[in-house]
Design a protein around this ligand. Structure first.
Ligand SMILES: [Zn+2]
Length: 315
């Protein structure tokens, strides 16, 4: 519908404005811009100089550093340095991990300390490694990227290490090391109203360069940003998400890791998740051994010290 007597068409309005705008306005504008430039350029130079100086300081994290690395480098507030969290085997020659400046690659799992079992009396129902039930592919084999342990629905799940909660609930995918864009996946969840089908998950930055993943809670009692100690209650064992019964999926990875695991292509295609995740390590490499009660000859995972795991080839 045409509007009679409405505003001028855009091209005519521009021409009219050019004609009537006094020259002084243009001049003033130029002077103002020039003055602004005089102010901004030295400020910028100062800022760049300061940032450069910070970057050169030994052991200081530059504000512009990779966010994942910066998050990982943040020392854990209670740091696993408390007497309760530190394992008895940590001798005087082994410095606390979080007192070190973290390297650009993850620490070897044998150097991690302060871990406790997240389920006090869990039996391992599915170990880390190749399995027909895996959703990942590593070296051409279906693979389970964490360790599943179970007791009973509603049992206490505690933090395996001191740290800071990064995510708690169903919005956790941004914190679990997907390599790629998550927007198509989030759009897929929105489109099919599928957020409710996701497991309840807690992600904790352990302060040693690694992040812990706890999945399938029935109920979570911590919130993002909260600082937790090793052994502190995170929530209660459940079967939220894709699970055949109450259990805890416990995973461990470092945002500093370059190696990746591939997600099954059919899952990538169906739900639009990224095709790769950062490689995980076997959590049994850091949990105290021997394992707590419940592990026996009948378990699928025999009670023996874990062997070192080599992740897939780097990107
Ligand atoms: Zn699992």
């Amino acid at each position: 519908m045409a509007v009679v007597g409405g505003p001028l068409p855009r091209h005519r309005w521009k021409r009219w404005r050019r004609l009537v705008r006094p020259a002084a306005v243009w001049y003033k504008g130029d002077v103002a811009r020039h003055r602004l430039r005089l102010l901004v350029v030295p400020c910028l130079a100062l800022f760049v100089g300061a940032a450069g100086a910070v970057a050169l300081l030994p052991g200081v994290e530059s504000p512009g550093a990779h966010p994942a690395a910066a998050a990982a480098a943040r020392p854990s507030p209670s740091g696993g340095r408390t007497a309760a969290a530190a394992p008895a085997s940590a001798g005087a020659t082994a410095p606390a991990v979080d007192s070190l400046v973290l390297p650009a690659t993850p620490l070897d799992p044998s150097r991690l300390s302060g871990y406790v079992w997240p389920l006090a009396h869990g039996r391992i129902t599915l170990p880390f490694g190749p399995t027909p039930w895996g959703t990942l592919i590593v070296d051409g084999q279906l693979f389970h990227d964490g360790v599943d342990m179970a007791t009973f629905c509603g049992d206490r799940v505690v933090a395996a290490h001191a740290g800071t909660v990064l995510a708690a609930g169903q919005h956790f995918d941004q914190a679990i090391g997907w390599v790629g864009d998550l927007q198509p996946y989030f759009a897929h969840l929105d489109r099919y109203h599928a957020w409710g089908t996701l497991p309840l998950v807690v992600i904790v930055d352990d302060g040693d360069g690694f992040r812990a993943i706890y999945a399938h809670f029935g109920k979570i009692v911590v919130r993002p940003g909260q600082v937790v100690a090793a052994g502190q209650l995170l929530g209660y064992e459940g079967e939220s998400g894709y699970a055949t019964g109450c259990h805890l999926h416990f995973g461990l990875f470092s945002p500093l890791e370059k190696a990746t695991f591939a997600l099954r292509p059919d899952i990538v295609k169906r739900v639009k998740l990224p095709a790769l995740e950062i490689a995980r390590i076997d959590p049994l490499l850091v949990l105290p051994w021997p394992a707590p009660l419940g592990l026996g000859p009948g378990d699928r995972h025999p009670p023996q010290p874990p062997t070192a795991f080599r992740p897939a080839a780097p990107l």
